[in-house]
Design a protein around this ligand. Structure first.
Ligand SMILES: [Zn+2]
Length: 202
């Protein structure tokens, strides 16, 4: 493949981006990865969109932006290195707002609202929240803590006492979105460090 490294960037002036695909039914912006790296499949014939990787022919019957990015950036054995690196460097930050009513809400609302008693609740700054999620992910992974703990009422109670505004992700978001995001970030960091090592020894 030629230099396609910028292909992930949406390009409004590209007429092809707006035409031809019969699959744009749900009104969401189209994931640009479809254009060059994945073929749409529908293995169960149930209206759910799945993908097949154009490089390794790997398949997933439920396409999401996350599992497409994760496949190419972290799992695919045949994707060209420049594309893999481009995706690793631009790995999407997990979007918390996608889940409105999670199990977490149910659990927390059943608990006494410590935040209303001891701390003035103010919305956590988005950057600060991202740092918390990253630190939480590292803690869970590096210490081998089971992901379900993140929804345990005692753990939530502990978090609320530390910072009333911080709401940890639910177990699925932690074990999928944030784990992939951190893995991508750490891979890029390690590559940079190895690059520096090489430069030092040259
Ligand atoms: Zn693949």
């Amino acid at each position: 493949m030629e230099d396609n490294s910028t292909s992930e960037i949406p390009n409004d002036s590209d007429p092809e981006a707006h035409t031809s695909n019969s699959q744009k039914k749900r009104g969401r912006p189209k994931n640009m990865l479809w254009d060059n790296h994945f073929k749409e499949i529908n293995p169960h014939g149930d209206g759910h969109k799945g993908w097949e990787c154009l490089y390794c022919k790997g398949q997933n019957s439920r396409a999401t932006d996350l599992n497409m990015n994760t496949h190419l950036a972290l799992n695919c054995k045949k994707v060209p290195v420049n594309i893999k690196q481009e995706l690793l460097r631009n790995f999407p930050v997990p979007n918390q707002k996608r889940k409105t009513k999670t199990e977490l809400d149910i659990i927390t609302s059943a608990q006494p609202r410590i935040d209303s008693k001891f701390q003035v609740i103010s919305k956590l700054d988005a950057g600060q929240e991202e740092l918390c999620h990253k630190a939480l992910t590292r803690f869970f992974v590096c210490c081998g803590i089971p992901f379900w703990i993140v929804e345990h009422p005692f753990f939530l109670d502990f978090c609320k006492n530390l910072c009333a505004s911080y709401k940890p992700p639910d177990r699925k978001t932690l074990s999928n979105d944030w784990l992939s995001f951190e893995t991508a970030r750490i891979t890029v960091t390690m590559e940079k460090e190895l690059q520096n090592e090489n430069n030092l020894t040259l």
